[in-house]
Design a protein around this ligand. Structure first.
Ligand code: NAD
Ligand code: MG
Length: 384
């Protein structure tokens, strides 16, 4: 029986993780659940799953939850408690599914304490990839990708990396693949979040619309698979049936296919190296009338180019890119800026922010903080 801590349990990945675990109660125990504010949703999860611990990042939410949870559930609060749960001696597996840089510190705590870390929170690798990979090596932690493309590549690389020429991440192209560019600045948060293939949280949905999601995934792949950016390509595949490709030097290309449903990747991260049922329907290829592949239009998807540039630049640049993106996406969701302003704000922030070496978690956090301040100051004039 594995004790699983789900960080970000009320989110899209968190709920899908609980759904997969519920199919295998003899293998997995819901040890701890965490969320930010949503204590009413957490109350329901507590009644259903009876975790030993719950952490609410927000103090007030923890107080409200404490009054209503079933007896036996211990409610903790704050980032320190998140880290304690991620590194708890009785935690075996950690699902890192908090959104954004807020997930960095708890992911780091899980990695340094040698857990199996099922990594959905790609932002933590973008911010502190070198540190996380080095910490995993030292502690013996397993970093298992949950992002569908990285799970696909991870599955294709079970025979090793020998002979690998390049990888190709597939991207759906999001809701604005064919929208005339001139109309894009009028795009509303609701339109940007209406992803044609995947049901996800708001932030990653906007990232998919700008293709920053794929940019972050290029950086994530660089750290996870230790590949230079020249060996990581992106191809648009609107049907989202093929979840990435690995090209080898004998002319073979391996890929992993499946319906666009995160439960497959989550299930594999839980059961690796074996497999188990996930609740995902079997793929029927006769129902897929066409599978298309297109090169991304870099004028339309400027964020993708910015991510490649930041990876090339290295050091603090990926962290700065991520921070500026989080600030810009938040401003867009709050209708303070237009959709096309997102890439402009990131570009300006990258041009202003100093590039520094990030050797410690504290320096990563400091760079994130400073970059956010710069991004906010870039947005301010456009508000006046
Ligand atoms: P979501 O918005 O649905 O859920 C986010 C979760 O994080 C919630 O439980 C929320 O309470 C918690 N949270 C938010 N801010 C927090 C904070 N400051 N402190 C502590 N907890 C906080 O997001 P999601 O779509 O489930 O995505 C989670 C992560 O997984 C993201 O990094 C995303 O990029 C990645 N991911 C998601 C998908 C998907 O299909 N949803 C696919 C691949 C990768
Ligand atoms: Mg993905």
């Amino acid at each position: 029986m594995k004790n699983v801590a789900i960080l970000g349990a009320t989110g899209s990945i968190g709920l899908n993780t609980l759904a997969v675990m519920s199919l295998h109660p003899e293998k997995y125990n819901v040890f701890a659940l965490t969320a930010n504010n949503s204590w009413r949703e957490m109350e329901k999860l507590c009644i259903k799953h009876m975790p030993k611990f719950v952490v609410m990042a927000n103090e007030g939410a923890a107080e409200s939850l404490r009054k209503v949870v079933p007896e036996g559930v211990i409610v903790l609060q704050g980032e320190g408690a998140l880290n304690d749960i991620a590194s708890h001696k009785n935690t075996d597996f950690v699902m890192a599914a908090i959104v954004g840089s807020a997930g960095l510190s708890s992911t780091f705590a899980a990695v340094t304490s040698g857990k199996r870390v099922m990594l959905a929170n790609k932002e933590s690798l973008v911010l502190g990839g070198n540190l996380l990979v080095a910490a995993a090596k030292e502690s013996g932690a397993e970093l298992i990708p949950v992002d569908s493309e990285h799970s696909a590549i991870f599955q294709c690389l079970q025979g090793g990396k020998q002979g690998l020429n390049k990888i190709q991440l597939t991207a759906s192209g999001g809701p604005f693949l064919k929208t005339p560019i001139a109309e894009l600045n009028k795009a509303t948060p609701k339109q940007a979040c209406a992803h044609p293939k995947w049901k996800m949280g708001q932030k990653i949905s906007v990232d998919s619309a700008t293709m920053m999601n794929k940019g972050l995934e290029v950086i994530e792949a660089h750290f996870l698979f230790q590949l230079s950016s020249s060996k990581i390509e992106v191809v648009i595949h609107p049907q989202s049936i093929i979840h990435s490709f690995v090209y080898f030097n004998d002319g073979s290309v391996l890929s992993q296919l499946g319906l666009p449903d995160m439960r497959s990747a989550i299930s594999y991260a839980l059961s690796y190296p074996s497999r188990q049922t996930s609740g995902v329907e079997e793929l029927d290829l006769t129902k897929q009338t066409s599978l298309e592949f297109l090169s991304p239009d870099m004028d339309r998807f400027k964020c993708l180019g910015l991510a490649y540039d930041a990876l090339e630049q290295g050091q603090s640049s990926p962290g700065t890119l991520n921070a500026a993106n989080e600030v810009a996406v938040d401003a867009f969701l709050n209708k303070k800026i237009g959709f096309l302003d997102i890439s402009k704000i990131i570009e300006k922030t990258l041009a202003i922010a100093p590039i520094s070496r990030l050797d410690t978690l504290a320096s990563v956090v400091e760079n994130d903080y400073l970059s956010r301040q710069i991004a906010r100051s870039v947005i301010e004039p456009s508000l006046s």
